[in-house]
Write a protein that binds this ligand. Sequence first.
Ligand SMILES: [Fe+2]
Length: 258
Amino acid sequence: MIITNINKAVDLLLNQKIVALFQDYSEWGPRALGNRSLLFDPRNVKAKEIVNKIKQREWWRPFAGTILLEHVHDWFDIGSLKESPYMSFAVLAKNKAKKEEKILKKTRDSNVAWLNDQWIYNEIIPYVNQANKDSGWNFQWDVSETCQFTKYRLNQYYHWHCDSFHSPYNTPNDLTKHGRIRKLSVTVSLSDPKEYKGGELQFDFYNEKRKKNIVTCKEILEKGSLVVFPSFVWHQVKPVTKGTRYSLVIWNLGSQFR
Ligand SMILES: [Fe+2]
């Protein structure tokens, strides 16, 4: 797919797609980064592996996230350098960046179990189909993954993430998943809101100006309620501050979006 609209490119990046950028002069000598580049969301903890795989590079090859010049001193110790636009220097990350990296690496802290009981699907899937239709998404999907039962105890959380991966499952030994991608996520509340505090489910419906638009999902609070959402929407479960929060998630798969 060839696109020329920057907003569409940002959409693709936010949906964990790789964008190949081609503009102006070709590269020679100091790298003309941004002229012939592969772009990917550096917040994805597997960004390096994903991009290196596409570029067919070894695991140890360098990988650089770009940062706005006005923020560079917040995150990197660049010594006497004023800037580093050509990926020519290895510089040290400041403690703040290292702390952030640790947090990003630990995206999730919760306990999970897997359930395959047919009655669970029978109860939940009709709502997935209804939401898919009523919302107008009309995503084609045909397979549900194993249900994930999740327990969030005190201070446990699931940091910002999206459920879908950048490419379809490559699982030749599991043909139900092979070649499919997560399209519709459904989460079910299994706890009464009086049983815990914190643990809010939040979505980031970023607006057309690419600003964050974080919405706390109140519809999921009541025990037994459920929310269906496109698997590419970023979301988080905030840390539980009291009690224990139980929930169930099912991801529903179909062929890749066109
Ligand atoms: Fe999720």
